[in-house]
Write a protein of this length. Structure first.
Length: 394
């Protein structure tokens, strides 16, 4: 569209005129569309441009620009600039205590979308490292698991299974760090992200975006990224701190709330006792033990077959090498549950955001009429030995 035509059509829009001072700020914030794009950028890319503080009147002008065909990429930089101070203020917090309601399920990680269940509570305490050499600390609780990183090591405790795992280093503090949520939105580069609402009034900033789904085939959508979704964040205009977060997923045209902040506190520090995890005396420790060299060379299909075969032969030693969970080893050796016939092991495949692979299988468990399971075994190799081990799917 020609520049003169753009100006003519903008002038034709009849909206209440803002005060002179506000008009000056708004006009200085409207990007110059005659500027050449930076090398390497394309139409619809999220290129930053300088803009003043957004108001409701500014939102009207931006919507008008979108309506006459400038495209979503040109407005995305507006909220990116608006979110800069939110990222800075939120990341400068020393610690945070946040409580969320999430549509998750026992036995699954936090990104799993439990469409058949009810929301549960997830509570997190995060101390973010502030200087070189600091490690920070973190604790995250949900019904079936507690993750604690005390600055030295991580302990994953599963109270319903009576087992725990140790790991080195942290487990990804950013999963529950508000500044990371805002930064992810601000730094998004997908041209498919749609800005539905951006407003700043009444002491509150608010942004609502829609994101497309990721390809999860051949599996049904299960994790957050597998769904078309909307994310809403809100922040205090004075402190610039994030105050609200909601995420929805779309299922068969229905909008379902996946997660929302119940409360968020920005703290100078967190008591040491929060990161002291007392385990029962009878807790069983799981993990990935060192294995013979020959086992390191096995691919996921071979590991799947050997896992079921070891269960069929009641070989606890080999099962323990292939399955990090003591309770799952017990399950596979239980006469009521153990495999009795391996009917098919398929080719491994990847799907969605899962870091491992899936191996299709058809295995008979027990002798009943409905004893055959036809599912996908989940295997991953992000352990110190980089070998494939069981992660779920039975």
């Amino acid at each position: 569209m020609k520049d003169n035509e753009l100006r003519r059509r903008l002038r034709a829009i009849r909206e209440p005129a803002p005060p002179a001072a506000l008009r000056t700020r708004l006009e200085s914030g409207i990007p110059d569309f005659t500027e050449q794009r930076e090398p390497g950028t394309s139409r619809g890319s999220w290129t930053m441009f300088k803009i003043g503080t957004l108001t409701a009147a500014a939102t009207v002008l931006i919507v008008a620009v979108l309506w006459i065909g400038i495209g979503p990429g040109s407005v995305s930089a507006t909220f990116a600039a608006a979110l800069d101070p939110v990222v800075e203020a939120t990341k400068d917090a020393r610690a945070v205590h946040v409580v969320l309601r999430m549509l998750t399920r026992p036995g699954e990680d936090f990104g799993y979308v439990n469409l058949e269940g009810q929301p549960g509570t997830v509570e997190a305490w995060i101390e973010w490292p502030q200087a070189p050499g600091e490690t920070g600390r973190a604790r995250v609780d949900k019904q079936d698991r507690i993750y604690v990183y005390d600055g030295t090591q991580t302990i994953f405790y599963h109270p319903l299974r009576g087992e725990a795992f140790k790991g080195r280093g942290g487990f990804g503090h950013e999963l529950f760090w508000p500044a990371a949520w805002v930064r992810q939105i601000r730094d998004g580069r997908s041209a498919d992200v749609e800005i539905l609402t951006h407003e700043e009034n009444g002491g509150r900033g608010r942004l609502l975006i829609r994101e497309p789904s990721h390809e999860s085939g051949p599996l049904e959508p299960s994790f957050l990224g597998d769904f078309e979704r909307e994310t809403e964040i809100a922040w205090d205009l004075e402190t610039k701190l994030l105050t609200e977060l909601r995420r929805w997923v779309f299922v068969d045209g229905e909008r379902r709330l996946f997660s929302e902040i119940v409360s968020v506190e920005y703290l100078p520090s967190i008591e040491d006792a929060v990161f002291d995890l007392e385990l029962p005396d009878d807790v069983r420790w799981g993990g990935v033990p060192e294995a013979p060299v020959a086992m390191l060379e096995l691919g996921p299909r071979e590991v799947a077959r050997r896992l079921f075969d070891a269960a069929l032969r009641r070989d606890r030693t080999e099962l323990t090498l292939l399955c990090p969970s003591p309770s799952m080893v017990d399950f596979l050796l239980d006469p009521k549950h153990r495999p009795t016939e391996i009917l098919y092991i398929g080719e491994p495949f990847r799907a969605g955001d899962y870091p491992g692979v899936y191996v299709p299988y058809r295995v008979r468990f027990g002798r009943g009429l409905f004893s055959v399971k036809e599912l996908n075994l989940a295997l991953r190799n992000d352990n110190e030995q980089h070998r494939w081990v069981f992660d779920g799917g039975i």
